[in-house]
Ligand binder design. Structure first.
Ligand code: FEO
Length: 392
């Protein structure tokens, strides 16, 4: 992809990774992704904002051909998908300084072995003049590492947000065209990357609240020329209450847990609760993570394997524990053959979650009438709690 102009002397550069299907060897990327860098040419100085993943270095260097001088490389975030090409850019522009938060210095030295004398550190709220364009830096920790910051280009009112507000989408259109598709991709991204740091992200959102923002240019996905789309979405995901939704990650080995879950789904619907079941034998973990953003209750459906929960349900519990969604209730259901510690083990695995653990419903072998009645009581209890909280 060629360098593309956003406004006069402001350009998008970067690599579009159409084929990437996994990030961090963990996170599914069904729509690929992009690593966006931006070039800003002021009347006196030129700045490159972020670079690209190491796999796209050559493309970035081609896009920079014809650029005589780079004075500053602003590195918002030390993770290699944005910082990975800094060494090669510095080789071509040895006079450039790398502009970072104080915390990023050690991280970039560790990850890229950059020499200490290339850095300029900036404080929260500090500005850097490029002549007729001014970069203002805001420290925004935990979007997505502790050292992260964003840049506000004052004259053009563009927020360069790096991971913050990003989405994993590979697209030829520079700006958001399909808002529904981008909303979903951004939600998936938020769930997998940002959700664990919700309370800190709320502070970052509030810190940027006073800015007039005409455009948000993230380092993944398309540019928002209508920033309200993503800013409103983040406000709901981060600060809004849970929704009247029960998410049920489950698996079944011989059909017993499946029967309990099927009965629970029907009973919840009958009680007015929206339900999203995820059979972990086939589910996309990213979809489960997205559902956890809004869930009021999580119900783990686990058959007992030997003496503990089925490992795929344990995995879902570990994932939820790491992502720390805002759900307030957890329940456990499932079947067992002769005994075990499924409830104890799953409860321990979700110890990070600030939840009330409801009375579990476990059955021995195939469920009987009394087990279905217990499931109906559980559904009524969940519905009552959602109602009491006023969740929509
Ligand atoms: Fe896109 Fe946290 O790096």
């Amino acid at each position: 992809m060629l360098k593309r102009q956003i406004k006069e002397r402001i350009y998008w550069l970067g690599g579009i990774d159409w084929d990437r299907r996994l990030f961090d060897s963990l996170i599914p990327l069904p729509d690929g992704t992009s690593y966006n860098a931006y070039l800003i040419e002021g009347s006196e100085k030129t700045a490159l904002l972020d670079t690209v993943d190491p796999t796209k270095t050559e493309i970035l260097l081609q896009q920079l051909s014809g650029v005589q001088k780079i004075d500053y490389i602003v590195s918002h975030h030390a993770e290699q998908d944005h910082s990975g090409a800094i060494p090669q850019v510095l080789e071509r522009y040895p006079e450039a300084k790398v502009v970072v938060t104080p915390k990023a210095v050690g991280m970039l030295i560790d990850h890229l072995h950059l020499p200490e004398n290339v850095f300029i550190t900036v404080q929260d709220g500090e500005t850097l003049s490029l002549g007729d364009k001014t970069l203002k830096f805001y420290h925004t920790p935990w979007v997505h590492w502790p050292e992260t910051m964003v840049t506000y280009l004052e004259e053009d009112q563009i927020l360069f947000s790096c991971d913050f507000y990003g989405s994993h989408i590979a697209a030829a259109d520079l700006y958001v065209t399909d808002e529904g598709r981008v909303y979903e991709a951004a939600k998936r991204y938020y769930a997998e990357i940002m959700m664990p740091f919700r309370t800190i992200i709320e502070k970052n959102i509030n810190k940027l609240k006073g800015l007039e923002i005409r455009m948000i240019a993230p380092s993944h996905g398309q540019i928002y020329d209508r920033p309200a789309l993503i800013m409103d979405a983040y406000r709901d995901w981060v600060m809004g209450p849970p929704h009247n939704i029960a998410v049920i990650p489950y698996i079944s080995m011989h059909g017993s847990t499946q029967k309990l879950v099927d009965h629970l789904v029907s009973a919840l619907v009958k009680n007015g609760v929206r339900v999203e079941p995820f059979n972990l034998a086939v589910t996309d973990i990213g979809k489960l993570a997205m559902a956890l953003v809004d869930a009021g209750t999580i119900v783990l459906g686990a058959p007992t394997v030997l003496t503990g929960p089925h490992p795929l349900v344990a995995y879902a519990a570990v994932l939820a524990n790491a992502l720390r969604p805002k759900a307030k209730y957890v329940a456990i259901t499932g079947s067992y053959g002769w005994g075990g510690k499924t409830v104890d083990i799953l409860t321990q695995l979700i110890s990070n979650l600030k939840v009330e653990v409801l009375e579990p419903v476990l059955c021995k072998g195939m469920p009987r009438e009394e087990d279905y009645q217990a499931i109906e009581r559980l559904a009524a209890e969940i519905a009552g709690k959602h109602r009491d909280n006023g969740w929509q």
